[in-house]
Ligand binder design. Structure first.
Ligand SMILES: Nc1ncnc2c1ncn2[C@@H]1O[C@H](COP(=O)(O)OP(=O)(O)OP(=O)(O)O)[C@@H](O)[C@H]1O
Ligand SMILES: [Mg+2]
Length: 309
């Protein structure tokens, strides 16, 4: 039995592990620019239903956030087919899974993507988090801690679904971007995702992105629908982060393995991503965001993991 078994003192043990780590990222993650230390915003990108455009959104958002002057790391927790590296057209040296199962240095799993974003390829890392033994869990903490304050954003593409394993990670994150599209099944599954958060007493900042809409009016209609149902039945306030138009440049860029904001910078979807990135950055500046850094995330995750073991 290798599962974590932690008692009441889990928070102390976590603190001990975190305190014993080096404060500074290793050679792989040297900060490009010395900035004032700010809490890293750890944001999970998720959806109820699969195939709604999370990975494509995550990659292009990351690039715009970088263009706005932020240091950005993507962690791929998606076990689907269209993984981050495929959309970026970069072959990763090794995956998070390799790192957890061998002695390779952290630098080997941190890959440089287009426009200077950094990414970690998933393997079966994050979604299997609840089943990690203590040593592997410590390695995950190491990764997260090393990046705390040295990147401005960590975007985690969690993959779709409301399975327990995905939500364990999700429930510890303070900021969640929920992606949906106009299909009724996608909207129902987005709502189901919100319900799981509520059932687990999760208090996070949920931001909604509606992808593949025909126009702003359609996006507004869907936002209003999800927003009012969430407010009425779940007492959750869903924030409107924006929408992305259905745009053939998106799938063309996927086929070319290049982010559409770089390959087709003038396209409508690229403009939508720009608006979303700016809104997200503004949220943070004005303190509206619910993010409170990586260490607090780890504390919550630790508590959640111990409660399920
Ligand atoms: N705004 C858009 N306009 C047109 N096509 C889009 C748009 N967004 C996504 N797509 C198409 O949808 C496909 C699926 O997108 P993506 O792989 O990002 O979804 P996903 O939610 O990550 O899927 P999974 O749940 O399998 O991980 C893309 O390959 C792309 O062709
Ligand atoms: Mg995906």
């Amino acid at each position: 039995m290798t599962n974590l078994r932690f008692g009441e003192d889990q928070a102390d043990k976590l603190r001990e592990i975190v305190n014993n780590l080096n404060e500074k990222p290793g050679d792989a993650a040297e900060p490009e620019i010395e900035k004032e230390t700010v809490a890293t915003r750890l944001i999970a990108v998720t959806s109820g239903k699969g195939g709604v455009g999370k990975t494509s959104f995550t990659v292009n958002l990351a690039i715009w956030l970088k263009k706005l002057g932020n240091r950005v790391l993507i962690i791929d927790g998606d076990l689907g087919l269209a993984n981050i590296e495929v959309l970026l057209g970069v072959v990763p040296k090794s995956s998070l899974n390799d790192y957890l199962n061998s002695d390779i240095p952290l630098s080997q799993i941190i890959n440089l993507g287009p426009a200077g974003i950094q990414f970690i390829s998933g393997g079966s890392g994050i979604t299997g988090l609840a089943n990690l033994d203590r040593g592997k869990f410590k390695k995950i903490i190491e990764i997260m801690s090393k990046f705390d304050s040295y990147v401005d954003y960590i975007l985690v593409d969690t993959g779709a679904g409301i399975s327990r394993k995905v939500t364990n990670f999700m429930l510890a994150v303070k900021e969640v971007i929920l992606v949906t599209n106009p299909e009724p099944t996608s909207i129902t599954d987005a709502y189901a995702m919100l319900k799981v958060m509520k059932t687990n007493n999760h208090r996070c900042d949920v931001k909604l992105v509606v992808n593949r809409v025909q126009d702003a009016a359609e996006a507004q209609e869907i936002m209003d629908k999800i927003g009012s149902v969430a407010r009425k039945f779940l007492d959750i306030e869903v924030n409107n982060l924006g929408y992305i138009l259905d745009d053939r440049h998106v799938s063309r860029a996927v086929k070319l393995q290049e982010p559409f904001v770089l390959r087709f910078p003038g396209c409508k979807a690229a403009k939508n991503i720009e608006d979303i990135a700016e809104r997200l950055a503004l949220n943070g500046e004005f303190g509206e965001s619910g993010s409170d850094g990586v260490r607090n995330f780890l504390n919550r995750l630790y508590g959640l993991l111990s409660s399920v073991n």
